[in-house]
Write a protein that binds this ligand. Structure first.
Ligand SMILES: [Ca+2]
Ligand SMILES: [Ca+2]
Length: 306
C-alpha cells in the first residue's frame, strides 16, 4: 500500500516562484525582504515590551537588598507602577492579597491636588509577586491607618474613621460609612498632615483601637455627647463607632498601635527636648491593673519598667 505524500505549497511551489522572481528582479526581492523584516520587528517589539511583569525577580534589582536576620527572606512584593506613595497596608481578603493606601494628600506637597485611594493589591498566580492593583475606594484624606476584619476595611484619615465593605464581591467597595469624625485635624487645617488620627487595629476582645497623635480629638459620639482629648492617646470603640472612650493618655504624639495576645498595646512615639528628638516604644496594659509603661530610647526598646 502506498500513501501519496501531501504536497506542501510552502515547501515546493513557493520557493520556485520566489527563485524565479528573484532571478528576474533581485533588487525588488531584497527590498521586499527588508520591508517584511521591518514590519515583523514593529509587530514583535511592542508585544515583547508589554509582556514583562510589573513586579518580579527582575524588578528587585532596582532596590538595595534588605538585611534580615538568619532564617528570614525578604522579597519585593510590589513596586511602581503597581503602587505609588504607599503609606499603610493591611492583610487582604484572600491569601496573597493586601489592602494598601496611596497617600497622595501627603505625598504631593502642601496643596491637595489628588485625594487618597485604598487599593486592593493581589498576587493572582501565586508566584509571590503582586500582579494586579485596583482601586477599592477613593476620595480620602491622608490615610495613615488601615485594618481589615470580618469583611470591613477600616480607614483612619484625619479627621475621619471610615468603614468600607464590598457587598457584591467585585473587588470594589460599594458601602461606605464615616463612623467617627473629629479625630485630629482635616488636611486643609494641617499642612504637614501629621500628629492626627493614624493606626487602627481590631483587638482580640472585639474593640477597635485607634492611635491618635497630639492634635487630640473632639468627636461627636453616636450616643449624643462629645469626647474631647487634649494630646495624644489611644481610643477604643465598637466596630460600628459606638462606645468610644479613651483607653490611654499621657502618650504625647504616638504613631500606630499593635496588640499582642494579651491585648497589650504597643505604639511608637517621639520625645523632643531642646537638644534631641528620640523615638521609642510604649506599651499599655489593660485590665484591673492597667498601667502605662513608657520606655523611650534611641529607637531601641529597653526592658520595660513596671
Ligand atoms: Ca504574581
Ligand atoms: Ca462591590
Amino acid at each position: 500500500m502506498t500513501v501519496a505524500k501531501r504536497k506542501s505549497p510552502d515547501r515546493d511551489e513557493c520557493p520556485d516562484e520566489q527563485l524565479k522572481a528573484h532571478r528576474q528582479n533581485p533588487d525588488l526581492t531584497r527590498a521586499c525582504a527588508w520591508v517584511a523584516g521591518f514590519f515583523l520587528l514593529v509587530t514583535v517589539l511592542p508585544l515583547a515590551a508589554a509582556d514583562p511583569p510589573l513586579t518580579g525577580p527582575a524588578t528587585e534589582k532596582r532596590f538595595p537588598p534588605l538585611q534580615v536576620p538568619p532564617g528570614f527572606k525578604a522579597t519585593l512584593f510590589a513596586c511602581d507602577p503597581l503602587i505609588e506613595y504607599p503609606s499603610v497596608i493591611a492583610l487582604g481578603p484572600r491569601v496573597g492579597s493586601v489592602f494598601l493606601a496611596h497617600d497622595y494628600v501627603t505625598g504631593l506637597g502642601f496643596d491637595i491636588v489628588r485625594r487618597d485611594e485604598v487599593r486592593l493589591l493581589e498576587d493572582r498566580d501565586g508566584d509571590g509577586y503582586a500582579d494586579r492593583s485596583t482601586v477599592y475606594a477613593g476620595g480620602f484624606n491622608s490615610v495613615q491607618g488601615l485594618a481589615f476584619h470580618g469583611g470591613t476595611v477600616f480607614v483612619m484619615h484625619s479627621p475621619l474613621l471610615t468603614a468600607l465593605r464590598d457587598r457584591d464581591g467585585d473587588g470594589v467597595a460599594d458601602e461606605r460609612r464615616d463612623l467617627l469624625t473629629g479625630l485630629g485635624l482635616p488636611p486643609e487645617q494641617n499642612l504637614q498632615r501629621l500628629h492626627g488620627a493614624n493606626g487602627v487595629v481590631l483587638g482580640h476582645d472585639g474593640w477597635l483601637y485607634l492611635a491618635l497623635g497630639d492634635h487630640g480629638c473632639d468627636v461627636p459620639r453616636p450616643e449624643g455627647d462629645r469626647l474631647v482629648l487634649q494630646g495624644g492617646g489611644i481610643l477604643r470603640c465598637r466596630p460600628d463607632g459606638r462606645d468610644l472612650h479613651i483607653f490611654a493618655t499621657g502618650l504625647r504624639n504616638i504613631y500606630d498601635v499593635a496588640l499582642d495576645e494579651d491585648s497589650t498595646c504597643s505604639s511608637a512615639t517621639t520625645k523632643t527636648t531642646a537638644a534631641t528628638t528620640r523615638t521609642g516604644c510604649i506599651t499599655v496594659s489593660s485590665g484591673p491593673t492597667m498601667a502605662i509603661r513608657i520606655c523611650i530610647t534611641n529607637g531601641r526598646p529597653k526592658r520595660l519598667l513596671p
